[in-house]
Design a protein around this ligand. Structure first.
Ligand code: AHR
Length: 503
């Protein structure tokens, strides 16, 4: 059995965790909104047509902030189509997903839903088919309390108080040739700077996210960030990055893919800091990883386009297996590790479309395998991240060279006197005997343990199978002084929560 030593010390902190790293994303795409969160005819719907069973699972998942309304959908969306009396709303073509947008759900309903589930809304302005005027109009609609056209329209629609949305994305994936209104970095940087300047004339306290690269493999990655930040550095707070991973046939390689996210985050920080130095700024740009997940993307590439325009077609409803859940848990470790710079992260998406929650008409919603590492990390990965040193054996990766067999991060919540240790054994074949030393603490006591693994890594939670994959909560770890010992099964994710005192 391989061995690993993990060491964290109370005196060495990475950063305070921003709870917004436990965000998610709801797009008008497939059945995420319709039949996902909104289904007025459902036996599970409340008086606003919102699925109560889904809302309960969203609360349990522990998401904190939710990005809306897209995604690629955003770049062709006129937000005005989705407000006002339902009977007067007209259907429009959604060019991003080649479907029919009925507009029966829009901004006001999203705000109502956010309030009911207790999450912060994170909005995005269309910089594809629209621009500065539309961005100012929706901001006035959502945030302004004045006797003005768009704030009065909100009041007329039954919403007297402004929603005060704090975080706004300036477009979506504008570097991608697939994006409606795709722009060069020069053009997008200029537009984003102008829109940011305008939005700040309404409210200078907004947090603005400039759209970085759609993924690390984009040929423009790096140059894109440099150009757009040079144009808009002082006007924005965060730069976005998007990333999705999949098992391309080599599951061992898939199990180490969070290394790619480690690289991506570090590289975006380096590029942002290079611009900071170049323009002699005192401000540090932070990161909004506002789309990340496992997605069997290659399965959907080169599919023929739909021949008709249907509302809420069934698209990319990936069924996640045990390996996907282990990887998702590892991606969360990567996000926590850079909590000094990653201030917002959105698991894309939330319901039905590449989602931890699934819903079908006439059936109660259920949890996919990926639901569990997310919910445990969101609940217990709170307080501060401690610098976590890992002395582990190595896996020879095709893409990343030698990588640690065990990955881990330790969080410490002073308020509750608890620490959480998140661990992934990335080896497909070997168990790992792991010791975690928590220096600067005493009186360690194990409170809880959750382990997600299975001898069959392909097991999923479907409508037919029910929730057959869920964490084992048996406590197998032991404590001796400041050290916790645990045996990690191959391809497994775990969390150990301990109570402790300062030494
Ligand atoms: O989340 C699905 C899609 O992935 C989003 O619409 C887009 O932004 C990304 O390419």
């Amino acid at each position: 059995m391989s061995k690993t030593k993990v060491i964290a010390d109370r005196h060495f902190e990475v950063a305070e965790i921003d709870p917004r790293i436990y965000g998610s994303f709801t797009e008008h795409m497939g059945r995420c909104i319709y039949e996902g969160i909104y289904e007025p005819d459902s036996e599970f719907a409340d008086e606003d047509g919102l699925r109560k069973d889904v809302m309960e699972l969203v609360k349990e998942l522990g998401v904190t902030i939710i990005r809306y309304p897209g995604g690629n959908f955003l770049s062709g969306y006129d937000w005005k189509d989705g407000v006002g009396p339902l009977s007067e709303r007209q259907a429009r073509l959604d060019l991003a997903w080649h479907s029919l947008e009925t507009n029966q759900f829009g901004t006001d309903q999203f705000m109502t839903w956010c309030k009911k589930v207790g999450v912060e809304p994170m909005m995005a302005v269309n910089l594809g088919s629209a621009g500065l005027p539309e961005a100012l109009e929706i901001l006035e609609y959502t945030n302004v309390d004045a006797n003005s056209k768009w704030s009065n329209y909100r009041v007329k629609n039954g919403h007297k108080d402004p929603y005060n949305v704090k975080v706004w994305c300036l477009g979506n994936e504008m570097d991608g040739p697939w994006q409606l209104g795709h722009k060069s970095a020069e053009d997008y940087g200029t537009v984003a700077a102008n829109v940011a300047r305008g939005m700040r004339q309404i409210d200078d306290s907004l947090e603005l996210v400039i759209a970085g690269s759609s993924n690390r493999s984009m040929p423009t990655f790096g140059q894109w960030e440099e150009t757009i930040l040079e144009k808009a550095y002082d006007l924005v707070d965060h730069v976005s990055l998007h990333t999705y991973y999949e098992d391309l046939g080599n599951t061992q390689e898939f199990l180490v893919c969070s290394t790619n996210l480690d690289y991506f985050i570090n590289e975006v920080c380096d590029i942002a800091d290079a611009v900071k130095a170049k323009i002699r700024s005192n401000k540090t740009i932070t990161l909004s990883l506002d789309e990340w997940n496992v997605w069997r993307l290659s399965k959907y590439q080169n599919l023929p386009r739909a021949t008709s325009w249907e509302p809420a077609p069934r698209v990319i409803e990936d069924e996640y297996d045990v390996a996907d859940a282990v990887v998702l848990g590892n991606l969360l470790i990567s996000i926590l590790r850079r909590s000094d710079r990653v201030k917002i992260a959105c698991l894309a998406q939330l319901v039905n479309v590449i989602a931890p929650i699934r819903a079908e008409v006439g059936h109660p919603a259920w949890r996919q395998t990926t639901f569990f590492p997310f919910s445990y990390t969101a609940r217990y990965g709170r307080g501060k991240v401690l610098t976590t040193r890992i002395d582990s054996g190595k896996i020879k990766s095709e893409n990343y060279g030698d990588v640690n067999t065990v990955d881990s991060v330790v969080t410490y919540d002073e308020a509750t006197g608890t620490a959480a240790i998140f661990l992934v054994n990335r080896s497909l074949t070997e168990s790992n005997s792991t010791e975690i030393e928590l220096a600067g603490f005493k009186d360690l006591e194990i409170l809880e343990q959750a382990t997600l693994t299975d001898t069959n890594l392909k097991k999923t939670n479907t409508l037919a199978t029910g929730e057959q994959v869920k964490p084992d909560t048996k406590i197998t770890s032991t404590v001796s002084g400041k050290t916790i010992s645990i045996s990690l099964a191959p391809a497994s994710w775990q969390m150990v929560r301990v109570s402790l005192k300062k030494d």
